[in-house]
Design a protein around this ligand. Structure first.
Ligand SMILES: O=C(O)CCC(=O)C(=O)O
Length: 291
């Protein structure tokens, strides 16, 4: 699936974009499902639906209303939709992941991040591993572009080579804030590169890459499917932040009875109370007042 130069890019830069990977049929099935969810969100005034850990599956940006829906995240769409299982549990995206961390690969969790025109949702710079710490680093964030993505509609931005270190704290004092400190944010804003592409392209990114992105300032939607996958001998050290009924499912090869460790010290996150990591990063939503 991946050629040597793509594998080399992943090793050197920490990410690689693979064009034209998802079939038109699969893409269409996912976007129809998502369009329906956006339509359904118009009937809600606060976050709704329930995931395995009792949080809301559908997360709304502040200012959401039936005229201007602002659905910003759907947690684990695979739990409720075959269209997403068809892409994340088999097929070319998984073959590409196998080329980098295979042959044995396990699903951890997934989500849809949505930036519709007029929404303010941004992503502050962070590494993914500190949210879901594991015993080793064979851990990939797979990104599937559901729309064409560019700087104007709030594309993902990645700091090249940041997977090689350092491993940053995602705390402010005793609070797990899910982002790096202001100085590193600024460095990323200046130096990160845009991940641009067409609907159906994928990006494979190391879980240690610093990444983020601005709000959508265009008239075009930016919807992206995001999935954490690990080698099957890589074990989570904590309950997932966003557990799925499929967490731990083998999507390629076989289960491993060995656990592989790497040396070093890892900062443990705290489970945040918010429905999504946007809330953990301090962006207001319309969460039910249950806390
Ligand atoms: O939506 C994006 O552009 C990136 C999202 C992200 O980094 C995350 O949800 O962890």
């Amino acid at each position: 699936m991946l050629n040597n130069s793509q594998k080399e890019s992943y090793r050197q830069d920490g990410f690689v974009v693979v064009p034209n990977t998802i079939s038109i049929e699969n893409l269409k099935a996912m976007t129809i499902e998502l369009d329906n969810w956006i339509e359904e969100s118009k009937r809600h005034t606060e976050n709704y639906g329930e995931t395995l850990n009792g949080k809301a599956r559908f997360d709304l940006e502040a200012g959401h209303c039936s005229e201007t829906p602002k659905l910003r995240r759907v947690a684990n769409p695979v739990d409720i939709s075959k269209a997403f299982r068809d892409v994340l549990f088999k097929g070319p995206a998984i073959d590409a992941v196998v080329d980098l961390i295979g042959p044995n690969v396990k699903f951890h969790h997934c989500k849809l991040n949505i930036k519709l025109p007029g929404m303010k949702t941004r992503v502050d710079y962070h590494q993914d591993h500190p949210f879901d710490v594991h015993t080793n680093d064979d851990h990939i964030t797979l990104l599937v572009l559901l729309d064409d993505m560019n700087e104007n509609n709030g594309c993902l931005r990645v700091l090249k080579g940041s997977h090689l270190g350092p491993r940053y704290s995602h705390y402010e004092g005793d609070e797990f804030v899910g982002k790096v400190n202001r100085k590193i944010q600024q460095k990323c804003q200046q130096e990160a590169v845009n991940i641009e592409g067409r609907a159906g392209d994928i990006c494979l990114m190391s879980t240690w890459c610093l990444h983020g992105g601005t709000e959508n300032s265009s008239n075009n939607p930016r919807r992206m499917l995001i999935c954490d996958l690990t080698s099957s001998d890589n074990y989570p050290l904590m309950e997932p932040m966003v557990p799925s009924v499929y967490t731990g499912k083998i999507v390629a090869g076989k289960v491993s009875r060995n656990v592989r460790f790497r040396e070093g010290v890892i900062e443990l996150p705290k489970h945040y109370k918010s429905d999504s990591f946007f809330g953990a990063q301090g962006q207001k939503g319309v969460q039910k007042e249950t806390m």
